[in-house]
Design a protein around this ligand. Structure first.
Ligand code: FES
Length: 378
């Protein structure tokens, strides 16, 4: 009998034959292999909230454990879990140390008007069970490619993955230098301030600089924004050190400009994926003269609904009760791929598309926008 995959991909028959030839052992022990993969990369976790920590007036950390209190799947500092709530999901970076397998900490900052951040901050209570994905994401330290001397530019709750990295350095006594340059509007907005300063004081490889945009009269640290001058004054010559950037979306083009002005090569800058573009029409290939607010018809697996052009297809589908798998919501993980059967779609620059996606008509629905009436296949 022909394998079902053989009809969906060019070359699938040859690949399946190769798998048969090379790894009969895995196929003979499929259940065991599946159990091992699931233990390390579970699709879903049920986690109970055991503690809620007030970090700042606008930020809380939700500490979550497994229902059976067993060790949670391992993760690399910088990775996230996707939290499923209210018919949708949002990725949150784990701020706790990977050495602490008994819990994950998710640090949530209230986004003005943000449906999920406000819901998590205002309604989650101790004892509540939340469904998440397993840990995932590529924004983590890789000593082989990133070296052991890195700079981290953070803004707001973008400090969460940095916190996990710093805690790991301290817990394991790693021979690694991490210089955190952390921008906040007010001193009272600085998340983890006491712990960050204590880590910097106790560990020679850890440096922390706070940069405050609107300082009070008694603030003695750096002020303003994360400009090229400020980065250079605090971090010195970058000398092609790897620079991580995590924060609100507006930080990314700004940080890229500042780092480029300092001569930092693009390949030595790593951005954490952070949501769909707030204004897809600002991207150069948004079609000229197309009204982003006008509604079009989207048809998915026989169901049709109307949605404005500037609503990402993933959000529009969720609005209408259709829930494709999704995680990063930033175009990176490819879980939300859909095939565009008919019509025109604007896929944002954020989408990390594979050549095969383009060839077979797929797009990443979290960062794709319907330009005309479209028909999609899940
Ligand atoms: S959810 Fe990850 S690419 Fe869309």
């Amino acid at each position: 009998m022909t394998h079902p995959l053989a009809q969906r991909f060019d070359g699938a028959t040859e690949i399946l034959a190769e798998i048969d030839a090379r790894i009969p052992d895995t196929r003979d022990h499929l259940a065991e292999t599946r159990a091992t993969v699931d233990a390390y990369h579970p699709k879903r976790l049920q986690l109970v909230v055991t503690e809620i920590i007030d970090e700042t007036p606008t930020t809380k950390t939700l500490r979550m454990q497994g229902l059976d209190q067993a060790a949670l799947p391992p993760f690399s500092a910088g990775q996230y879990v996707n939290v499923f709530v209210d018919g949708t999901s949002r990725p949150y970076a784990i701020s706790s140390s990977p050495t602490q397998r008994g819990h994950y900490d998710l640090t949530v900052r209230r986004v003005p008007g943000g449906r999920i951040s406000n819901l998590l901050i205002d309604t989650v209570v101790i004892g509540q069970i939340l469904t998440t994905s397993g840990p995932m994401g590529t924004f983590h330290h890789n000593p082989l490619f990133h070296g052991n001397d890195v700079v981290f530019l953070a803004g707001g709750s973008g400090v969460a993955p940095a916190m996990s990295m710093l805690r790991e350095i301290a817990d394991l006594g790693l021979d690694r230098s991490l210089h955190l340059i952390y921008g906040s509007r007010h001193a009272s907005d600085v998340i983890f301030r006491a712990e960050l300063d204590a880590l910097a004081a106790a560990h020679p490889g850890i440096t922390v600089d706070h940069v405050i945009a609107e300082p009070d009269a008694d603030w003695t640290g750096a002020t303003g924004y994360l400009t090229a001058d400020t980065i250079a004054a605090l971090a010195g010559e970058l000398n092609e050190r790897m620079v991580y950037v995590c924060g609100p979306q507006a930080l990314y083009p700004y940080a890229l400009d500042q780092l480029t002005a300092l001569g930092q090569p693009r390949k030595r800058i790593r951005f954490e994926a952070n949501g769909a573009p707030s204004d897809p029409t600002a991207q150069p290939h948004w079609p000229i003269g197309v009204d982003p607010t006008e509604e079009v018809t989207v048809t998915v697996s026989g169901a049709s609904f109307r949605t404005p052009r500037n609503r990402p297809l993933l959000d529009a589908m969720e609005d209408n009760g259709i829930r494709p798998e999704a995680a990063c919501r930033s175009g990176e993980c490819s879980l939300c791929r859909v095939r565009v059967v008919k019509g025109e779609v604007h896929t944002a620059e954020e989408a990390k598309m594979r050549l095969s996606d383009a060839r077979f008509g797929y797009t990443h629905s979290c960062v794709a926008y319907p330009i005309s009436d479209v028909e999609l296949d899940l």
